[in-house]
Write a protein that binds this ligand. Structure first.
Ligand code: F0G
Length: 482
């Protein structure tokens, strides 16, 4: 993606790729969308693809692959043990991160399972800039506790702070002082930070955090799942790194950490995951869990085709023209929404465009899930599927109390190289219409609430007939148009 100067003065992102394979989409009429919402228990995870026009649920495993990735998938070495395909992936990971050992896993959360099982004991505390849903679930399942040390600006939805994912170093020092290093098996850095709007950390902050950990002998773990956007933001927003290549920035980050893991559904534009480290002893502590839960050490649950695609995808991640696509397109969408008065998280981060549901729907109580209601309202308004990132995505405390999320966001993820600008503008238009009619939107309540990861498969219902009213208004305003 290039930010090219246009004669007209307009700021239009320009793709540096062409599309050579397409998939037909279906845009069901609004009446069907209301029905489909009910069938899905008002949970966008449970909608069927046939009822969705633009799927902005996630960028996980749904990014468009390059011609080179697709070509690499045709020449792979399919064997249980000792596959040359695995060796190619292992060498690419070593080359990029400078690590010597690599354990494959079928996706990011599988890496989290292995790391948590190897290192977390009951009563342990795992500091991190911010939690991620699956990470926290693995740690709490083993009796550990997550402690979030994000800077205060990280939770302010509108800001001009370029690195809202940064750690508060004073909070980190205070935590170590309070709980003692013996209760901290490792510190985890999520770069970028998913649940607060794909917000990046600076290289300077990562270096400072890892420096403090080294001083105290605390192991450091990098969740590099969202690293591609973070790399681009460091290059663009951190003055000291402007002269560094993406490869140099990657290496500078990797050199700080003891363990690096990633979801290759995001980093590497494919599907899979893995854990990289420099130290043999660390590798030994995790190694036996791989054949037990994932698959043998030379595939870890991944198909050889996916491993070939990841190897090429990781190399392509080192190309600024490739990784700029997400951040530039997301920034474009956020700006278009802001022009129309829609509240979004600023600065625009990675992963997707994030709507601030508390500000969009102030009439909805936190216990009736503003972001969940907005997710289903946006689906009804345009057939656009986003993901609730707020209180619904939290887990109840063991005593049943419901923690209220720091931020109530609707994430509209931007799978890389998948949507066109007119599709993005269509989504913006329908969201702007919904914003005009926001007083029609009501809350949600549980019909079936699972005790763990409830946002994935829980079912809800609207607290009134607000969805029918919204659909009638849609018909009044748009006539026969879908
Ligand atoms: N860490 C981060 C920061 C993630 O964003 C994800 C996944 C994972 C770990 C787990 O990886 O899905 O391969 O098991 N995020 C996806 C999302 C699910 O939609 O944001 P996984």
């Amino acid at each position: 993606m290039a930010n090219i100067k246009f004669f007209s003065g307009e700021n239009i992102p320009l793709e540096l790729h062409k599309v050579r394979m397409v998939q037909k989409l279906n845009l069901p009429p609004v009446e069907r969308r209301v029905e489909a919402a009910a069938e899905a228990g008002n949970n966008t995870f449970l909608l069927k693809n046939k009822d969705i026009f633009l799927d902005m649920l996630t960028d996980s495993g749904v990014n468009a692959m390059s011609d080179r990735q697709t070509a690499a998938m045709l020449i792979c070495d399919d064997s249980y043990a000792g596959s040359a395909t695995f060796t190619r992936l292992e060498e690419k990971v070593h080359e990029i991160f400078g690590t010597k050992f690599f354990l494959p896993a079928h996706q990011g959360r599988a890496c989290e399972n292995i790391i948590a099982q190897a290192f977390v004991r009951p009563g342990d505390i795992i500091p991190m800039n911010f939690h991620f849903t699956t990470t926290k679930a693995h740690i709490t399942r083993l009796g550990g506790r997550v402690e979030e040390l994000i800077i205060d600006e990280g939770l302010q939805t509108t800001s001009d702070m370029p690195f809202k994912g940064n750690f508060d170093l004073d909070k980190l020092r205070a935590l170590i002082e309070r709980v003692g290093v013996e209760h901290i098996p490792f510190l985890r850095v999520e770069a970028g930070t998913n649940l607060i709007g794909g917000q990046p950390l600076s290289l300077e902050n990562m270096r400072a955090v890892c420096g403090i950990c080294r001083e105290h002998g605390i192991m450091t773990v990098l969740d590099a799942s969202l690293l591609q956007d973070n790399l681009y933001f460091i290059k663009k927003r951190e003055a000291a790194c402007a002269g560094m290549s993406i490869r140099e920035i990657t290496r500078a980050i990797a050199d700080e950490f003891d363990i690096i893991y990633f979801s290759a559904r995001k980093l590497g534009f494919a599907r899979g995951g893995g854990i990289a480290m420099r130290d043999k002893a660390l590798c030994e502590r995790m190694k036996e869990l791989v054949p037990m839960f994932e698959g043998f050490l030379t595939y870890g649950g991944m198909s050889v085709r996916e491993m070939e695609a990841i190897t090429v995808g990781l190399e392509e991640t080192m190309d600024e023209d490739v990784i700029s696509q997400g951040p530039i397109f997301i920034d474009f969408m956020c700006n278009e929404l802001m022009k129309r008065g829609v509240p979004v998280v600023t600065p625009a981060g990675g992963l997707g465009c994030h709507l601030n549901a508390r500000e969009f729907l102030p009439q909805i109580d936190d216990h009736e899930y503003p972001a969940g209601a907005l997710a289903i309202a946006v689906y009804i308004a345009g057939g656009v599927r986003g993901m609730e990132r707020g209180t619904l995505s939290e887990q109840r405390e063991p005593d049943g109390t419901e923690p209220i999320a720091d931020v109530e966001l609707l994430r509209l993820a931007m799978p890389r190289r998948v949507f066109t600008m007119s599709q993005v503008l269509y989504a913006v238009d329908r969201i702007a219409w919904l914003h005009e009619n926001r007083e029609l939107v009501g809350g949600l309540r549980w019909v079936e609430e699972p005790s763990s990861l409830r946002f994935f498969f829980g079912r809800l219902e609207p607290t009134s007939d607000w969805q029918q009213k919204l659909a009638r208004k849609f018909r009044d305003d748009f006539g026969d148009s879908l």
